[in-house]
Design a protein around this ligand. Structure first.
Ligand code: DWN
Length: 396
């Protein structure tokens, strides 16, 4: 039985930045709720948004724009190459090719439904299927390129609404000795850190190892290793293979034990998380309102999918946040989804007039604080993870 444990209210498409205020009346909205499946232990959205509304030719999130993610994917590629030496590689959800570009063009292919990115990686010379992942596509890839030794998917599996179809397709295209490696935000980290903003339209599921093991088992796949990785606020990298082809490492049980200790098998842990999100909302709006009352200028740093959830859930508008700064050209000079806060480039908006900046991109705190030393001489960042606070900076 699925139990609804959280209601984040009406929400827009997290990455649908609006060209002008005229588009605002037609903005797509849906009811963002979250459910726990008591049987499979999977945490999923109560309502899914049609995939084409989210992933299309104008998708704006470029993974390679941050230094942290560029080096993360470079490191991942080197590790996978040196340990497993795959003869052929398939990446599902290749975005702007940030991982792909570390592999040979002739033996690597990709699947990417967002036309702007598929075009980009095709032009780079990597065969990219501009499609959603499906059994039909898996059959075509087997026909054209054979079964694959390494299937990699970063921040993609949790976006796929029908996991059974996706896993069936993976089990078909994986070579006998092949490995399937995927990484997504960790449910355990989200619960521990109270980072409810990992929940938005694109994240159809937030994975625990417990739920993944139940699901992968149905498709005769074993999880043989789990790595905790720091990116995106705490993610898990899952290594899977055909049942019985590799020995199961202790990291798998270690994770299952940790998740059990945190109560992830029981709805009570999620109900408690939802209550903490409500408190976080009150604290954040309280802090921003007080700073504003005292006459400070507050902006937001990073027009993230996560901040779409925060701003719409907390009903934070231009009354509290003057504008958002973001380095992504495709987001600049647009309005943020739902609450319609203007987005500008840091060059335009991140200057000495700013007193406080809410860290919409809190997952890059180190990278951003390194880069914004000048700002920290007079201003401060605000975060809500793991709890609402003004970050201790050099000043004021
Ligand atoms: O799964 C997903 C994750 C992995 O990435 C998605 N479906 C979409 C996206 O989620 P997000 O938007 O929450 O991701 P980020 O990586 O937290 O977004 C960072 C944003 O902040 C980007 O728009 C770039 C911007 N940024 C910036 O303006 N200055 C980032 C850095 C590091 C900076 O210095």
């Amino acid at each position: 039985m699925k139990v609804k444990f959280m209601d984040l209210g009406r929400q827009p498409i997290a990455n649908n930045f609006l060209e002008s205020r005229e588009n605002i009346d037609n903005e797509y909205q849906f009811h963002l709720t979250v459910c726990f499946d008591e049987k499979t232990k999977l945490v999923s959205l109560g309502e899914f948004v049609p995939p084409k509304l989210m992933f299309n030719d104008s998708y704006v999130y470029h993974a390679s724009l941050s230094r942290t993610m560029r080096s993360h994917f470079g490191r991942a590629a080197r590790l996978l190459r040196s340990e497993f030496n795959p003869a052929c590689v398939l990446e599902i959800g290749s975005n702007d090719g940030v991982f792909l570009r570390h592999f040979a063009k002739e033996t690597t292919c990709a699947v990417e439904p967002c036309g702007n990115f598929a075009k980009l990686t095709n032009e780079l010379g990597y065969k990219t299927y501009e499609r959603f992942w499906s059994e039909k596509l898996a059959d075509e890839i087997i026909e054209e390129r054979g079964r694959q030794d390494l299937i990699y998917a970063a921040n993609c599996m949790c976006h796929i609404q029908n996991l059974h179809d996706a896993l069936l397709a993976i089990s078909k295209v994986l070579s006998d000795e092949g490995i399937f490696v995927f990484e997504d935000p960790s449910l355990l980290k989200m619960i521990e850190r109270g980072s409810y903003d990992q929940i938005y339209d694109e994240h159809a599921h937030i994975f625990s190892v417990t739920a993944l093991q139940n699901l992968l088992n149905m498709w005769d796949l074993d999880i043989f290793r789990v790595q905790e990785i720091s990116v995106h606020g705490g993610s898990s990298r899952i290594f899977a293979c055909r049942k019985g082809t590799r020995s199961i490492e202790t990291s798998v049980d270690d994770h299952l034990v940790k998740e059990h200790a945190a109560g992830l098998h029981n709805v009570a842990a999620y109900q408690n998380f939802a209550e903490r999100a409500e408190q976080s909302k009150n604290q954040l709006t309280g802090l921003l309102t007080e700073l504003k009352r005292r006459g400070y200028k507050i902006v937001s740093y990073g027009a993230t999918s996560k901040s779409t959830t925060v701003f719409n859930y907390c009903k934070i508008t231009t009354e509290l946040i003057d504008y958002i700064v973001d380095i992504t050209p495709d987001k600049q000079n647009k309005f943020s989804p739902g609450v319609h806060i203007p987005v500008v480039s840091p060059e335009v908006g991140f200057d000495e007039t700013v007193d406080y900046a809410f860290l919409g991109a809190w997952n890059y705190e180190r990278e951003i604080c390194d880069k914004e030393r000048k700002f920290l001489e007079t201003g401060r960042f605000i975060t809500h993870v793991p709890y609402v606070r003004i970050l201790e900076g050099e000043n004021p």
